[in-house]
Design a protein around this ligand. Structure first.
Ligand code: KG4
Ligand code: ZN
Length: 310
């Protein structure tokens, strides 16, 4: 992703997208109660376009302005469907930039109790896809190929990280060495024996099995920590959210784990898993009820840690 191009694209798209949304919802701007926008985290160019546009609308229409945190919104996407979790619940939030276990005591009371110490789960998918020569974002493609493959074909290591934190960088290295050895070994720093052609042929012949095995390991890393969090907190209403929660392997294994452990499990509808405006709107709804409005001098930020305990 090229940050400057993303910012420009936002500028080009924001008015047509707003018009299309109003048309689809069959409402006018005057009927809207408040204007919400994503304050952080994200690409700063894109965030600035959204924030400036939202501020202008808020000022012109004389409607309150609501600043939303992207990761809080991913979690609250679980409150969009009629069948929704009750507080307190746990949420495994897995996206291209984040991997977190969040304890939610209320829509505005959230605590991150575990997170990745290096790569996010989505990055693990995308970086693996890149090593396999697949285009960005690779997560959905790995998901598709994995359906045809054997998840036990190749064994990738599960990192031993204490507590509820995650790590995915070791897995990425293991996959890199595995491919450079054309599948002969996953041992770290093994002498690379394969030629470029052998490597390509190996990938071509085993693509589905490699994808299934990598996906299997990413899912087991995520769910083993989620199980640990459920045991530690005694909370048995559990959600997943974020772009990686669109992954069919994760959705199936999570549902099965819920049945096995007697959890009530929740997964947002597919369209509310990857980035979407619905999750920003549902978060804004709860902030509106709490009268949690932003001032016109609010600024977006590319990075921000968050624990919301109002
Ligand atoms: O939440 P999201 O749409 O954007 C961020 O906030 O980052 O998540 C994007 C991430 C990407 O890494 C993408 O590869 C991954 O979600 N993703 C998937 C699937 N669909 C999207 N990963 C695995 N399987 C999928 N089906
Ligand atoms: Zn996201």
């Amino acid at each position: 992703m090229v940050p400057e191009l993303a910012g420009r694209a936002h500028l080009q798209q924001i008015i047509p997208v707003t018009d299309a949304a109003l048309k689809k919802a069959a409402i006018t701007l005057q009927e809207i109660d408040a204007i919400a926008f994503t304050q952080s985290p994200g690409l700063i160019g894109a965030l600035l376009v959204g924030a400036s546009f939202a501020k202008s609308l808020s000022l012109a229409l004389n409607k309150p302005l609501i600043a939303v945190h992207h990761m809080q919104a991913h979690v609250l996407a679980n409150l969009i469907p009629a069948e929704r979790p009750e507080f307190p619940f746990l949420c495994l939030t897995v996206s291209g930039g984040h991997t977190q276990i969040v304890k939610c005591n209320g829509p505005q009371q959230m605590e991150v109790i575990g997170e990745t110490i290096d790569d996010a789960a989505g990055e693990a998918f995308d970086k693996t896809a890149k090593l396999l020569g697949l285009p960005y974002p690779g997560g959905p493609l790995i998901d598709r190929y994995a359906k045809e493959g054997n998840p036990q074909a190749f064994q990738f290591p599960e990192p031993q990280i204490p507590g509820l934190n995650f790590s995915f960088s070791g897995l990425k290295t293991a996959i890199l060495y595995f491919l450079q050895n054309a599948g002969k070994s996953t041992v770290y720093k093994e002498i690379f024996t394969a030629t470029e052609k052998e490597k390509k042929d190996f990938i071509n012949h085993h693509l589905a099995d490699i994808c299934a095995s990598v996906q299997h390991r990413i899912v087991s890393i995520l769910l083993n920590k989620l199980k640990k969090a459920a045991d530690q907190t005694g909370i048995n209403q559990i959600c997943i959210a974020g772009g990686v929660s669109a992954n069919s392997g994760l959705r199936n294994a999570f549902t099965a784990m819920g049945i096995k452990n007697g959890w009530r499990t929740f997964i947002p509808p597919f369209e509310y898993c990857t980035d979407n405006a619905g999750m920003i709107a549902i978060t804004a709804y709860y902030k509106y009820i709490a009268k949690d409005f932003a001032d016109l001098d609010v600024v977006p930020s590319a990075r921000s840690s968050w624990n919301i305990k109002n």
